[in-house]
Design a protein around this ligand. Sequence first.
Ligand code: HH2
Length: 273
Amino acid sequence: MGVLNVTPDSFSDGGRFVDVDRAVEHGLEMARHGAAIVDVGGESTRPGADPVPVDVELDRVVPVVQALAPHVRVSVDTAKPEVARAAVAAGASLINDVSASLHHVAASEQVGWVAMHMQGEPRTMQHDPVYGDVAAEVEAYLIGRARAAADAGVPEVWIDPGIGFGKTAAHNWQLLASLARLCATGWPVAVGTSRKAFLGAALAAADGTSGRTDPDDRLEGSVATAVRAAAAGAGMVRVHDVEATVAALAATRSAVRSTASVGLEQRESSRWL
Ligand code: HH2
């Protein structure tokens, strides 16, 4: 899933694709580079972000969805039912829902739905996130949301642990470490680590620098964690850097296939073949 934020203030690509033509061009480029889905978002959910009025979000999202949908599968990254419905009418076939509350819209429109876990809301979610057992709590929540969606008749349901949404860096790493367990629930898993702040800290530690504060500077961490997520069984990774991620996934797949052919690491290999 390639990220296309048509916002002025997204944490990474904010302001780059507010022009409809540039946004569409970038969406098509990600599709050419191997994105199966382009995720169009008109409201930033970065920590501290304020909500956007519905008419503004509609104006940002609908023309871009309309232009891309004949060429590539489009999802809409929104927490608003009005925006989800309008995007589906414009051609989107997946609702990427950071609020995990729109399954009734996905059911009535008969489109797919991604339920993401978030503790709190974007404005305040990073103030002091607290869990007893983050992996167990996120899993229990997501299974509940997925069952509700399936019972309501949603034809395609994904679950996403919501990396960076009301989580400390330690919580994010714990969720990545326990991803295989989330995948073992049987629900298809989506994961978004791309360019997020916890990677900046890890990369800076590796560099011996004070911090990779520019999200564009977090490519290696984004790609490495996308590969790690896929190896754990995630069926979808949400990324800004499609070309690099697709190449890294292909190379890893080849490496794992040759490992399997010499009879080693069968458990790890079976996830990829
Ligand atoms: N992360 C972001 C937005 N939407 N959706 C899912 N399913 N999973 C994620 O991890 C996820 C998401 C945040 O990233 P981005 O869209 O790049 O930034 P912003 O929210 O500032 O627009």
